[in-house]
Design a protein around this ligand. Sequence first.
Ligand code: ZN
Length: 422
Amino acid sequence: MSFSFTQASQQAWQWLESAAKFSETQDADVNGVTRCCATPQHRALLDELSQWMASAGMSVRMDNGANLIGHYASPEPNARTLLLGSHQDTVPNGGKYDGMMGVVLPLALVTYLHKNAITLPFHIDVVAFSDEEGTRFSSTLLGSKVLAGTFNSSMLQDSDSEGISLGEALRSFGCDPDRISEDCYRPEDVIAFLEVHIEQGPQLQQSNLPIGAVSAITGIERHEITVKGVAGHAGTVPMHMRHDALVGAAEIIRLVDSRCKGTDELVGVVGKIENMPNGVNVIPQSTTLSIELRSPDDDIRRQARKRLLHDIDTSLNALNLGYDHRQTYEQAAVQCSTWLTDTLQSAIQDTRIEPHVLFSGAGHDGLAMAQLCDIGMLFVRCRDGVSHHPSEAIEPEDLTVALEVLLQTCQRLAKEPSLTLP
Ligand SMILES: [Zn+2]
């Protein structure tokens, strides 16, 4: 082979280091990477990425949603397309690998294929999604919604902290937002969307595994509860006569924690709390708290919610406390396609690594892409599960393993004419 696997993996590593320099911050190792949609940093990255894509034998285009797409053509006429990719944007002071790793790894794969003159019976499109995190416009999953054809043009009115609208920003970035609807893929042309992403959690590290296949992207629901008590002097009201809202809130926190600890595939948190009047010598009158539940299985999550709300009601009644409750958010889980997860598992086995399946507790572009096509995800171990932070880290050897799994996956797909032909 003229261009080895190790070389391709080293190339990916160098690209990750280079990409981290396109940031509002100086010194990514200390301050992390801040790169938002339709900014000079985004432009500089796309200029560089375009060159990397071209050198891998790809034709390159930017769509009207500021996604950069490299196309590696199959010699087969009427071939379908496998979509690979991840997001180029970051959270403020984010890590070097969240998103970008899923862009450069497929690019390293195509480089490997190109330099070794390996062709496939399907096209590969590598996408650097413009905006997944929503850091600048709160418009999460912008890039993937454009490709899936679910972009709602009302999002163009969303504005950043300086009052620049998404529509204006895209225009000055060289896009025509009025033509975004033309940029979606046709479902019949697409085999699937496959994203490689860092795990952003500690499970793979704990299992001593470099990679794992993802079963589903979590569903999420959020609630707000205000516990209503009676304020009073902390020294004069006898204990048995108190209606202490914060005691009720403490009970809710305990109930959420124990319900989630006692249920497989369910996580939850009370992450936000406001206590009134919040004085050292005042019995709390009202306490408002958030509850968030996540599960890859919507039935598990809804069952847990039902039991939790019942238990909260019982507990607060026993404490003689009233309360208001409202559900503020719900997003269903998205299942990764079983055939693709199975293929990933087999590909992982091909690399002599024990297959491991886990669910994603974080949202990803696959949430939007699932509206277009079957989706799959491959997680790569990250150090101590740290993400969205400058100290986010991965091992170079894990990158090599992920690259090999990507190649094995493509080779397995190539043997399935029912998938690759229109
Ligand atoms: Zn991400």
